[in-house]
Write a protein that binds this ligand. Structure first.
Ligand code: 57M
Length: 358
């Protein structure tokens, strides 16, 4: 909005020319999202506490979690608000990628909100059933996939990391593929969100990784130089990614150990979907498995644990998702969190290296 209002003034005041640059607007969106999170965070925590929106703790988890009962949850609303506000203010609103990214993020946030609300209103740790949640996620993701494929100039090819000449066209298979990426990422982030700052750290790191990927994919010259898929218009998503990472940083201030608030499903489901959609739009879909390696490891630990128990009646991990395993091994919570962040940074660097190693 600010872009539409201020940039035209550059004919009179040349200083406003700076609004033309995605890099400048990304920086401004990040500063704005961070400031909003800092300013509104304490107010939100007080409000959630007075409304008694506190976390219910499952009795079958690690005992260290029992003391977290009552911690305000649904803090994801802070991330969603600062992300959306900063993006709509600084991105080019004639760009369809921006609207689709914001739309799918908010829609997944709404699914998360319903889940969180049910948990709170029924005063137990169970919200929507697995089938209800998955059904709603798949429905929103399917609509999103069709809208994405219909954007003029967007094709249904995908990028295979390390192979610059291999860009298979999935045709109609692109729809289920896109649904898998969005829904899979959303649930993987949700599974990761089980220790203070554990999910938001890698969300920020992956967000910055995709800030770079979207900038590259939307820049004709850089895309040509690096021989990656050029998708006109996707550079604008750098503003969205910058706001996402900064909104996450602001939230981390309050979610850092010992957390003053949790993000709730409203945060985890929406942030995962946001990463999924930017990965699709920038045509860096497969490499998300590496960039979001921590989320993949957490989700895979659950899949292997369940499969192993069903087939062999034996567990691989003391408890899944993976962070519970390390808790039960006796690792202190901050140690697990920081080590997962370190792994996430290494994964992000590995993902970025695919821009050159091809
Ligand atoms: C999210 N939610 C946290 C908070 C957060 C299929 C199965 C593996 C699913 C999985 C599951 O339910 N995962 C979903 C995990 C919960 O946090 C809330 O949920 C939101 C995110 N959705 O924002 O609102 C708890 O996590 C802790 N927490 C923090 N700091 C934070 O910043 O400490 C969260 C955020 C909070 C708090 O204690 O209450 C959660 O863990 O419930 N299920 C599991 O994870 C369960 N695993 C399991 O059953 N494993 C089995 C099989 C099925 C694989 C096995 O290993 O054999 C465990 N989860 C818990 N207790 N809590 C089991 C025991």
């Amino acid at each position: 909005m600010l872009y539409a209002l201020l940039y035209p003034l550059h004919t009179t005041y040349s200083a406003f020319n700076v609004f033309r640059y995605i890099t400048f607007r990304t920086l401004l969106a990040a500063i704005m999202a961070l400031s909003i999170s800092f300013v509104l965070g304490p107010w939100l925590i007080a409000r959630l506490t007075s409304l008694q929106i506190g976390q219910q703790i499952r009795p079958d988890g690690p005992a260290t979690h029992l003391s977290k009962a009552g911690t305000p949850t649904m803090g994801g609303v802070l991330i969603l608000f600062s992300l959306t506000f900063a993006t709509l203010l600084l991105a080019d609103l004639t760009n369809p990628y921006i609207w689709l990214a914001v739309g799918v993020t908010i829609s997944f946030g709404l699914i998360g909100f319903v889940d969180d609300y049910r948990k709170l209103s029924r005063r137990n740790a169970g919200g929507l059933t697995g089938k209800q949640k998955l059904g709603a996620q798949c429905a929103v993701a399917t609509v999103t996939a069709f809208l994405l494929a219909a954007i003029p100039g967007f094709d249904t090819t995908i990028t295979i990391p390390f192979f610059k000449d291999l860009r298979p066209d999935l045709g109609w298979w692109y729809i289920p593929f896109a649904v898998l990426v969005i829904v899979g990422t959303s649930n993987a982030v949700n599974l990761t969100d089980g220790l203070d700052g554990l999910a938001i750290g890698p969300v920020m790191i992956t967000g910055v990784t995709y800030l770079i990927f979207t900038y590259v994919s939307g820049h004709a010259k850089i895309a040509e130089y690096l021989q990656v898929n050029y998708v006109a218009g996707t550079g604008e998503l750098a503003v969205f990614c910058g706001a996402l990472a900064a909104a996450g940083l602001g939230f981390l201030w309050f979610n850092a150990y010992p957390a003053q608030m949790f993000m709730g499903d409203i945060g985890s489901l929406s942030l995962g979907a946001a990463l999924g959609i930017v990965a699709l739009m920038s045509k860096q879909e497969i490499v998300l498995v590496l960039a979001g390696g921590v989320f993949v490891a957490e989700a895979a630990s659950v899949i292997f644990q369940v499969a192993s128990y069903k087939l062999r009646r034996k567990r691989i991990f003391r408890m899944a998702p993976l962070h519970h395993h390390f808790e039960l091994l006796g690792w202190p919570e901050p140690l697990i969190i920081v080590r997962f962040w370190i792994v996430s940074i290494i994964c992000a660097l590995g993902a970025l290296s695919t821009l050159k190693l091809r």
